[in-house]
Design a protein. Structure first.
Length: 422
């Protein structure tokens, strides 16, 4: 079967890139924690004829005609998302996680209002108030950190003191490089004490929450959860905003998304979200989510056995953050490049109180969502971790790297990407 036959005929350069990426993913292991493999059903919906349709507005309240089927798929996505996360309201139109956070901020804040979120250097995200973002020109961000990077313990006493002093409008949980769970109950208590809205950015762990492998912030009183729909949820690239019970907050969110920040939603992506949410409601997905955690612990064990420092002492979720510079004398950039050579993809990452800059940091960040989708379990993940350590310790030995690469490719053939088009 020829892959992308119409693209091949019309645009050979784009076709070559598509085929190249298909092959790259097939013979290598994706360990970037924010990447995953969407099912064929999700991908079919994502490239469907719905890409042709403009659907400004919401189901039953569109600005254009011909919305019978767009209303159907968006309603399905909303209802499934609400059921997955035990929320009363859901907006499925946001184009990504950053867009979801942007819409949330503009729905809840006035210019100059304060947000208390996790410091980027201690695991937070750019959209949580890093100075390089335009958000900091409009809103005021203050930050909390870990008390001890070797255990991952958040300094909740300091968080409370900062909240009492700064009176944030939003107390923001969530992260992009924090391998532990947060104390949701404590955070909600602090938010209530200072009159803040409790918001969780669950972009990385939404699939683990949906699969009941870890705690649901709504069970502890969080008001809003924002998320991506890819990553651990295995959906299309997109965003999601959930509101636990407040109709007032839900109306503000919807108005902020449209017409506040976006025009017509990408209905092909909304349909793919509906498919992904349907998959996540299955018992099979719960098994998958729990296996992600088991696989991460298997990799943790190997890195610890080799004396490589793991930030927060290990992991309680899908990702790990290793200090390769402090442990092996290799920068995160060099480690990323070395592992690319053996067919293992991850990303360089700053660690807490990093002595190096963000473009060539001390750490690497990796996780297990994608390789778990391929069917790897603890035994195979431990082997992958051994290969990683071996490659990093012998980064200048080309023969050793070639040998490991062949082993990686052999494993990939044994565990092919499920539901591929070829």
């Amino acid at each position: 079967m020829d892959l992308y036959p119409f693209t091949k005929k019309q645009d050979k350069k784009v076709y070559a890139a598509l085929i190249g990426e298909e092959k790259r993913q097939a013979i290598g292991l994706e360990l970037i924690p924010s990447e995953n493999y969407a099912s064929r059903a999700v991908r079919e919906a994502n490239y469907s004829i719905l890409t042709n349709k403009y659907s400004e507005g919401y189901p039953g309240k569109r600005y254009y005609g011909g919305q019978e089927f767009t209303d159907a798929v968006e309603t399905l996505a909303i209802e499934r998302a609400k059921k997955l996360f035990k929320a009363k309201y859901a907006n499925v139109q946001t184009l990504g996680g950053a867009n979801a956070n942007l819409a949330m901020y503009f729905a809840l804040l006035e210019p100059g209002d304060t947000v208390l979120g996790m410091d980027l250097s201690h695991g937070g995200h750019l959209t949580h108030g890093h100075p390089v973002t335009y958000l900091t020109k409009i809103f005021r961000f203050v930050r909390y950190k870990m008390k001890n990077p070797d255990t991952g313990e958040i300094d909740y006493d300091e968080m409370r003191q900062v909240a009492l002093k700064e009176k944030p409008k939003i107390l923001l949980a969530g992260f992009s490089a924090y391998p532990r769970e947060l104390d949701y109950k404590r955070m909600v208590s602090i938010a209530r004490e200072v009159g803040a809205i409790a918001v969780m950015d669950a972009a990385h762990i939404a699939g683990l929450i949906a699969g009941k492998a870890i705690k649901n912030p709504f069970d502890y009183g969080f008001d809003i959860v924002t998320s991506t729909t890819h990553k651990t949820l295995r959906g299309p690239r997109g965003g999601l905003i959930l509101v636990r019970e407040s109709e007032e907050l839900a109306k503000k969110i919807n108005k902020s998304v449209f017409p506040g920040l976006q025009g017509g939603p990408h209905m092909h992506a909304v349909a793919a979200k509906a498919v992904a949410f349907g998959e996540a409601l299955s018992p099979k997905f719960r098994t998958y989510a729990k296996q992600i955690l088991k696989n991460a612990k298997a990799m943790e064990k190997v890195f610890k056995a080799h004396g490589i420092r793991l930030l927060t002492g290990g992991t309680s979720n899908h990702l790990l953050l290793a200090d390769v510079y402090g442990s092996l004398g290799i920068t995160g950039k060099d480690a990323e490049h070395t592992l690319d050579l053996i067919g293992i993809t991850l990303n360089k990452n700053s660690i807490a109180d990093d002595v190096r800059g963000p473009m060539d940091p001390s750490g690497i960040r990796f996780g297990t969502p994608a390789i778990t989708t391929r069917g790897l379990k603890e035994k195979e993940c431990a082997k992958v971790a051994e290969w990683m350590v071996d490659a990093l310790k012998h980064k200048d030995n080309k023969k050793e790297l070639v040998k490991i690469k062949k082993e990686v490719e052999k494993l990939c053939k044994k565990f092919p990407i499920p539901n591929r088009f070829i």
